[in-house]
Design a protein around this ligand. Structure first.
Ligand code: FES
Length: 127
C-alpha cells in the first residue's frame, strides 16, 4: 500500500538521474563517542547541495540529492557518497558545495575530498 503522501501512483514515471548523491544525515546522541554526520552539519549540507544542484539546472536529469542513513565512515563525516561512481567525499562542508556541483556538471570529481578507501574505513556498525 502506498503512503498517502506519495505522489507516485498518479504521476508519470520520473526518469532516472545519471548521478545520485547520498548525504549521510544520521544523528546519534550528543554523548555518543562515534559522533554523527548530522551533528557535524550534514542536514544543512544536504539542503545546500540539493539547492545548488537545482540552481545549476542538474536536478531533472543529471543528479538527485538524497538523504542517507549511516554510510560507515563516521569519523570522516560529514560524508557524501556519489553513485554510480561509488566515490566517497569526506569532511564535506558548505564551502565544498559549489565545487561538488561543478564537478558533477563537467563529469569530474573533487579530488581533495575523496576518502582514501570507499570500501573500508568505517568505524562501527550502521545506525
Ligand atoms: S554517521 Fe555519517 S557515516 Fe556514519
Amino acid at each position: 500500500m502506498l503512503d498517502a503522501g506519495c505522489r507516485c501512483s498518479d504521476d508519470p514515471p520520473v526518469p532516472p538521474r545519471n548521478h545520485y548523491i547520498f548525504v549521510c544525515t544520521n544523528r546519534r546522541p550528543d554523548d555518543d563517542p562515534r559522533g554523527s554526520c548530522a551533528a557535524r552539519g550534514s542536514l544543512q549540507l544536504f539542503a545546500a547541495l540539493k539547492s545548488e544542484i537545482a540552481r545549476a539546472g542538474l536536478a531533472k536529469v543529471e543528479a538527485r540529492c538524497c538523504q542517507s542513513s549511516c554510510l560507515d565512515h563516521c569519523a570522516e563525516g560529514p560524508i557524501v557518497l556519489l553513485e554510480p561512481e561509488h566515490v566517497v567525499y569526506k569532511h564535506v562542508t558548505l564551502g565544498d558545495v559549489a565545487d561538488i556541483v561543478e564537478a558533477l556538471r563537467v563529469g569530474s570529481r573533487v579530488d581533495r575530498l575523496v576518502a582514501k578507501s570507499a570500501s573500508s574505513g568505517g568505524n562501527e556498525e550502521s545506525g
